[in-house]
Design a protein around this ligand. Sequence first.
Ligand code: UD1
Ligand code: CA
Length: 490
Amino acid sequence: MNKSKAMTSHSSKASSPQSKTANSANPPRLAVAIMAAGKGTRLKSQHPKVLHEVGGKPLLEHVIRAAVRLVPASDVYAIIGHEAEQVRAATQHTGVNFVLQAEQRGTGHALMMAKEALAAYDDVIVLSGDAPMISSQTIGQLRDFHLRQRAAMTLLSADLENPTGYGRVLRKGAKSAEVVGIVEEKSASPAQKKIGEINSGFYVFDVKQLYSHIDELSTDNAHREYYLTDIAAVFKKVRQRVVAWKTATPNEVLGGNTRAELADIDEQMRLAKCRQLMDDGVTIFYPATCVIDADVEIAPDTVIEPYVQLLGKTKIGGNSRVRSYCVIRDSEIGDGVTVRPGSIMEDARIGSGAIIGPYSHLRPGSEIGEGAHVGNFVETKKIKLGKKSKANHLTYLGDAEIGEGVNIGAGTITCNYDGVHKHKTVIDDDVFIGSDSTLVAPVRVGKGAYIGAASCITDDVPEDALAIGRGRQVVKEGWARQKRSERAKP
Ligand code: UD1
Ligand code: CA
């Protein structure tokens, strides 16, 4: 998926002519700092902004993923503050470091808090935890430009059709790479607001220069915060070089500051995922209606119908078809499987050639064998259904091991719960369970046995036997006729 692998190895940087320490063979020691401490006031949310999800993952996780394609996770520092423990818990599996910004006094202040953590590095790439579309290719290009330019600060800029809300880049001249300042929307003059080139909030800094001058930032602005953007003007004053590199893929810089912006980013990510799957040979009808998470894998010639959600780590084989209104999470589906409309699955495994639905509910631990059928209004949980077995209508199967070639009649129920404990039902190969049977676990039905319809089975049934557990039918001749004639009497 990502072609930036070549940039990740230190040796490639060492041999690069772009290496900025020309007198030494050592490549610059590079860190990534991700600003993720803000509250996200504009979302009007109880949850920290960077944990809001797009494309099925928190904003911050997307940014971390891009970062760790360029440097090892041990060189990535997430600056956290608002609900810091929640943010740390949600992202520490990535292996990155955390820096605490206990009080959120602006993006400049965030970097002040990282001074100690970054002391051992030559350059730092600074990313925004709320801008999840950024790719490692673009960050890599920004880094290379920075090193070539020998700048104190390099910012990533973009031309946006609607630049409202973003800081604007003030270039030294139209054709100059040099920047004299960044002006935030709130302080911009009407003329400056017309500038379409925006500051993406992604930068590379020379660490030594950054921390020699960061204390010169002030809070003399609309938000009374330390703006990291003001460091451009500070550098300008002390004749340190500030340059901008404009990306050709401006949508990568979009930030999720409002719910509407989050929806917009989510839509773009979903469509990009669908396009990638289609490139790989998957048919998707009305992709705009499908919600497919980033890690989902689908083999060629599978068809995804409109209004389908494929979530988490779901994997689907080739030549399968997922019909409309299915919600499938963390499940593995084989080749040539049909999932009919309205089916719900979580943590389920479906063998090749199986048919599921319509309206099946496969709960965690459901393993459906090759060529098996699970039909209308069937709920399963923690079961194995063997090859070619069928449970086609109105059934609950929980904590059960069911062999091959078994027929589970309509309305069958495994009574797996005694109010305190769960018990297991075992049904061996080629068993026929009559409709409306209840199997009171723990219980075993031996190979090839028959269960009469509407039986309540409380004891094990031996191989090849017939078990019937219900009241005998009573027939009272003429009873109904007599009732009617009694009612007709005056
Ligand atoms: C910032 C830039 C703006 C740029 C835009 C791009 C500043 C002053 N402005 O504005 O020029 O166009 O990004 O998206 O930097 N954060 C902290 N600690 C804080 C405050 C913020 O870690 O004290 C984090 C936030 O969690 C967020 C990131 O920094 O992930 C950016 O902050 P945000 O408030 O969203 O800045 P913008 O107003 O978008
Ligand atoms: Ca932002």
